[in-house]
Design a protein around this ligand. Structure first.
Ligand SMILES: *[C@@H]1O[C@H](CO)[C@@H](O)[C@H](O)[C@H]1NC(C)=O
Ligand SMILES: *[C@@H]1O[C@H](CO)[C@@H](O)[C@H](O)[C@H]1NC(C)=O
Length: 292
């Protein structure tokens, strides 16, 4: 009798197992892109749906329509975009038990900010692809001559002006390593989510709620300057020499909990330029190990 009950229990569990639907996935596109571009995120949504039977994928759009969504990715400041996305996810009934996040470039940075500020519905695992977690200092694909690049960097410090912080999304993650005090004082987004000025315990707690945080860096990235930013590396304050996450105060003071995460923080490297990957790479290295 016990044996039969045991069998029934196993059967019941199998039945239950097949009934629980897979964890939904929320994607956030990069700058100038859209939620549903059939050649990129639209295509990726399909590929994920083919790989995980019955999965629900929500691709964040800021504003209605492709053109507005793409434009808004430039001109709505990150804090506002995250507020809009938070509201959008809260209203989506299908996400109420939680979801995994998949962010592309700027969208990955914003999803990390969202995880810190918007814990309901809960994000489970977050994967970011080529995201600027320590910001940027430089223009994408700055042409060879170093003098021009340095010149542009100085000019671009207008990013800290109040108007730029209000009307340009990337100004929210402009990070001048040669003038850290101004960055900390003026950056309305990045300095805040990185707990640079003071430690917001809520952000730390929420990061530590993640099951996993997976950061993908593109080894030959010419868009994110420096590419190390995808792994929370950056220029050492006051210099233009790269400092790794585990050499920074963000790590030693564990300002946002990355150190405490232990082996739930994963750093992955991929050869190739910014966001250069195949569907096969995405399925094998991201979807199967982290979302399935
Ligand atoms: C990309 O970067 C990797 C690691 O730094 C390097 O080994 C590889 O040669 C680079 N590939 C190209 C095409 O530059
Ligand atoms: C920091 O992490 C890198 C891997 O990203 C590792 O090779 C290095 O040994 C670490 N350094 C310290 C000081 O722990």
């Amino acid at each position: 009798m016990l044996f039969i009950l045991g069998e029934l229990f196993v059967l019941f569990q199998c039945f239950q197992g097949s009934q629980t639907s897979p964890v939904p996935i929320v994607m956030w596109h990069g700058i100038g892109d859209t939620c549903c571009n059939p050649h990129f995120l639209g295509r990726i949504k399909k590929v994920i749906e083919e790989e995980i039977d019955g999965v629900y994928v929500h691709s964040i759009s800021i504003g209605d329509g492709f053109a507005r969504d793409a434009q808004n990715s430039y001109i709505i400041p990150p804090n506002k975009q995250i507020e809009i996305a938070c509201e959008q996810l809260r209203k989506d009934e299908k996400l109420k038990n939680g979801y995994h996040g998949l962010g592309f470039s700027q969208g990955g940075l914003f999803l990390r900010g969202l995880a810190e500020r918007c814990p309901t519905p809960p994000m489970k695992t977050l994967v970011t692809l080529g995201s600027q977690h320590q910001g940027i200092y430089g223009l994408p694909k700055c042409p060879g001559d170093k003098r021009y690049c340095d010149y542009f960097r100085r000019v671009l410090n207008f990013a800290y002006s109040n108007w730029a912080q209000r009307i340009l999304a990337p100004a929210g993650y402009w990070h001048d390593p040669l003038d850290e005090p101004t960055y900390k004082k003026k950056s309305k987004f990045l300095a805040d989510i990185n707990n640079e000025v003071f430690i917001n315990q809520k952000y730390r707690t929420n990061i530590l709620r993640l099951q996993k945080l997976v950061l993908v860096k593109f080894n030959n990235d010419t868009t994110v300057q420096p590419k190390d930013s995808s792994w929370f590396g950056f220029y050492k304050p006051g210099t233009l020499n790269i400092q790794r996450l585990n050499e920074s105060s963000l790590w030693f003071e564990d300002r946002i909990g990355l150190r405490q995460m232990g082996n739930r923080l994963l750093l992955l490297a991929k050869n190739g330029d910014h966001l250069q990957f195949t569907e096969e790479w995405l399925i094998t290295n991201i979807v199967r190990p982290f979302f399935k």
